[in-house]
Design a protein around this ligand. Structure first.
Ligand code: AMP
Length: 549
């Protein structure tokens, strides 16, 4: 499209290079704190960080021959050197490809081959995993190994042919003459978790990532700012840790990383000792954290916490309410996808709705919220007809915006993109008159009983409000008459008991009779996807026939 009357403003590219140099210029004293395997911390400043980003950029280009457009993979937990890779790789014009270390080696091999990765930067603890798939990746030339402690010399030698990250960057210049990049250049490649079919690559651009960061910094959204202490619990291999490291570096926020530790006690220790103000992760993490707080309510001082973002799957209202009423902690519920860079919607209560009853306010906070600035939302039926925002009609959520994918890397999945420029999310939702989206299901997880849809998410939320229930996942079991019927898999809290009848009673009266699960299964653990979501396809494999006599 050509402008009728061109504006007279500079054509300044929206690239990540600006963020690195901004960090060096304005925030050299801000801190980055990484947790090591032995749970001690390694501390550096943004000054050190920006020098190390430049050093890595030199090493990649001169020693490893990485060219613009090449894909450089990471196989790593959350820590500062991983953030260095987040910037050095895109800023030389190459593409960082974050490999999800929780995937099966066959899948990792597929993804790394599909991405044609030329170099991989790997945590030492993950070398055995890399070993299992690296020979499936013909393009792979070099393996660089992050040091267990960036501030100490490696004690154990690396296998032949592997390079030590610290040795690689040592001695390189601490400034880099960054190339001028087009803002639409690819910056990062993330694959969907692909519970059905092969994972698909989503190629974020500098522009999409920069715009996403600006919105993440807006008070209206997550409001990440320079006075925050940010702990992304969401892994850096899951949709760029929801873009949080980019936003934090852009504004000079102190960053804290848990490394390979995801247990509630270590995370709570970190939150308390580093005075964390902002954290983000999937509900399963927060369910564990709330249970740890309930077990020892006085142990941690979390008074510094401003907000905790929960996303990746539906945050149960009982979880949001539990944090608020028992600990005065605020949860921000957000929805997004790998395909949306990833933030799409966020549950803010609009000012004119704040006088609602506590139940109404909780219902809004527990919804998926409404689209953040520059993302647009609608929902459609199977024929593509746009549906009314009446809070009742269910349809597939579609989104569009400057950080929403317009196609997949490799062009698979073309049917997810509509002719009129929207992305089909695969989430079944209602949208109310104020624009609040409520996910009733992932389309492949929906329970279709006698042709009627039953929302597993709503049933799960109700079950998780029962005081004895830690986690609940409702899935579609095969049924001879109704085709599918809901069955609930339930994990009880330690030392708590409850019967099938108790659970049925907790749902009674809240839903239509035909929504009532036909069975409640008490299980030790609910199987998870590689990104910590309930893996319903596995529940169906395990228990899909419990109703078939
Ligand atoms: P991923 O690409 O792995 O981040 O998965 C994206 C999917 O996770 C979405 O399409 C939703 O099905 C689900 N999801 C993400 N955030 C939420 C949320 N807040 N509530 C419910 N489902 C969510």
């Amino acid at each position: 499209m050509q402008p009728v009357q061109p504006g007279r403003m500079m054509d300044f590219p929206l690239t990540l290079t600006h963020f690195v140099e901004r960090a060096r210029t304005f925030f050299p004293k801000s801190e980055l704190v990484s947790t090591l395997a032995d749970k001690t911390q390694c501390r550096m400043t943004y000054g050190d960080f920006s020098s190390r980003v430049a050093k890595l950029a030199h090493a990649l280009t001169t020693k490893l021959g990485v060219k613009p457009g090449d894909r450089v993979a990471t196989l790593a937990f959350n820590h500062q050197p991983h953030v260095e890779a987040y910037f050095a790789i895109p800023c030389i014009g190459a593409v960082i490809h974050t490999l999800n270390l929780r995937l099966h080696p066959t899948e990792l091999g597929y993804i790394a081959k599909h991405g044609e990765d030329v170099v991989v930067l790997c945590d030492e603890a993950l070398l055995p995993l890399l070993e299992k798939f690296k020979n499936d990746v013909p393009s792979l030339r070099k393996v660089v190994v992050f040091s267990p402690d960036p501030q100490k010399k490696r004690t154990s030698p690396l296998p032949d042919g592997f390079l030590d990250y610290e040795e690689l960057i040592a001695g390189e210049p601490d400034r880099f003459d960054w190339p001028a990049l087009d803002e639409n250049s690819a910056a990062m490649l993330c694959y969907t978790s692909g519970t059905t079919g092969n994972p698909k690559g989503v190629l974020y651009s500098h522009r999409s990532t920069v715009l996403h960061s600006l919105v993440t910094m807006a008070r209206e959204n997550m409001g990440v700012g320079g006075d925050d202490v940010v702990l992304p619990v969401v892994p850096m291999f899951h949709a760029a840790a929801w873009g949080i490291p980019f936003a934090a570096i852009a504004c000079g926020a102190k960053m804290v990383f848990g490394g390979g530790h995801f247990d509630p006690v270590t995370l709570l220790d970190l939150m308390a000792s580093e005075r964390v103000t902002f954290s983000a992760g999937v509900p399963t993490i927060w369910i564990g954290i709330l249970a740890a707080l309930d077990a020892e309510p006085k142990r941690w001082d979390l008074s510094s916490m401003r907000t905790m973002v929960i996303g990746g799957s539906a945050a149960p209202p009982a979880l949001i309410d539990g944090f608020a009423t028992r600990y005065g902690l605020e949860v921000t519920h957000a929805w997004g996808m790998t395909e949306t860079n990833p933030l799409g919607t966020l549950a803010r209560v609009k000012p004119h709705l704040r006088s609602g009853s506590p139940e109404q306010l909780l219902a809004m906070r527990a919804s998926q919220g409404f689209a953040v600035t520059f993302v647009e939302q609608r929902h459609t039926d199977e024929t593509g007809r746009v549906l009314p925002w009446d809070g009742e009609t269910m349809g597939e959520l579609e989104v569009r915006g400057p950080w929403v994918a317009k196609s997949y890397f490799g062009d698979e999945g073309a049917d997810r993109f509509t002719k009129d420029g929207w992305f089909k999310t695969g989430d079944v939702v209602t949208i109310d008159g104020e624009g609040y989206v409520r996910i009733t299901d992932r389309s492949k997880d929906v329970v279709k009983s006698g042709g009627e849809w039953i929302s597993s998410v709503q049933l799960e939320n109700a079950l998780m409000s029962h005081p004895a229930v830690l986690e609940a996942a409702v899935f579609a079991a095969r049924h001879p008459k109704w085709d599918e019927r809901p069955v609930a898999a339930v994990v009880l809290k330690p030392n708590r008991t409850c019967s099938e009848q108790d659970l049925a009673a907790c749902l009674d009266g809240k839903f239509a009779k035909y929504w009532m699960p036909d069975k409640f299964l008490f299980v030790e653990q609910i199987p998870r996807t590689s990104t910590g979501k309930f893996l319903k396809s596995r529940l169906r494999e395990l228990y899909g026939d419990v109703l078939v006599k």
